[in-house]
Design a protein around this ligand. Sequence first.
Ligand code: NAP
Length: 320
Amino acid sequence: MKDEKPRDLVIALRGWEIAPWIERFAKMLPDRQVLALDQVTDPDRIAYAISWKHPPGSLTRFARLKAVFSLGAGVDHILSDPKLPDVPVLRIVDPDLTGRMSEYIVLHCLMHLRQQRLYDRQQRDHVWGDDRFQPAAGAIRVGIMGMGELGQDAARKLMAIGFQVQGWGRSAKNRAGISMHHGAAGLTDFLAMTDILVVLLPLTPQTHGLINRALLQGLARDGALGGPVLINAGRGGLQVEADILACLADGSLKAATLDVFETEPLPSSSLLWDHPAVTVTPHNAAMSEPAAICRQIADQIRAHERGEPFVNRVERGRGY
Ligand SMILES: NC(=O)c1ccc[n+]([C@@H]2O[C@H](COP(=O)([O-])OP(=O)(O)OC[C@H]3O[C@@H](n4cnc5c(N)ncnc54)[C@H](OP(=O)(O)O)[C@@H]3O)[C@@H](O)[C@H]2O)c1
């Protein structure tokens, strides 16, 4: 038995119901076993781990593991395991997920541009407002931090509407039609020309707490929206929520849309819930169809077993 090549899957999740995932993968890969962590009796048969926030240390018993797949685009929840086996980590890059994230970014850029929250309040109070003028999208500079798969698609769609778009990343890159900045040296200029800051960065030791008071105070104050706006759909660990509240209080930030939080679910005691300038969504900016995720992982497994290299592989040293 030990000489047989391992090919079974273990699914290791926290916070999500496991049974539907086991069922989906079992349907997609009917020629092998798909098990929850506590159902595995022979760890040497496990070749692939499917993770969403797997319990740290729980994968060490799978000595013949070939890869760990993330059920999402982010991998911070995997790389934070100090006992993660030294095997390839693969993430989801999926047009369905990317499209959904762009919908969210476009929706919230337009919502701030067109002051929709103000009109919601006015409608609730039966007020026919005087402030009906809106700047054009072309007058607004959107700065995207994180110009990877998600940032680039959002940039294209924002530009199609007419927004001015610029990007910031870790390394120097050319992106057609977009003014690009990178690294600590490029950050000051990038911020100074940004009216709406869109954060689509991964959470790594380098990006943790990056969206803090000093950074937010560097945003443009002379823009057509009357003050800078923050949209974070990356990860909650990127932001310092006390600093966001302080910047909203002192006027260095006009408004914020937050999909991700330092603690999730967002505690009911958080001041963000009731702040009139804050829009809260429950970490669902881009939830891909489970079937699409399973299909992509199953295809990768079959391709790997035909001898093809893994794709969407994370660089562990870089953290994303
Ligand atoms: N809210 C949601 O529902 C949701 C859904 C999906 C994903 N997400 C989040 O979105 C993140 C981005 O996804 P993606 O697929 O676009 O990732 P990606 O393709 O890996 O792109 C990451 C981008 O971030 C930049 N970056 C990384 N570290 C940096 C640093 N220290 N300084 C400056 N730039 C840095 C990279 O720069 P380089 O170009 O130089 O490499 C790259 O442009 C994920 O990691 C996940 O956390 C959230």
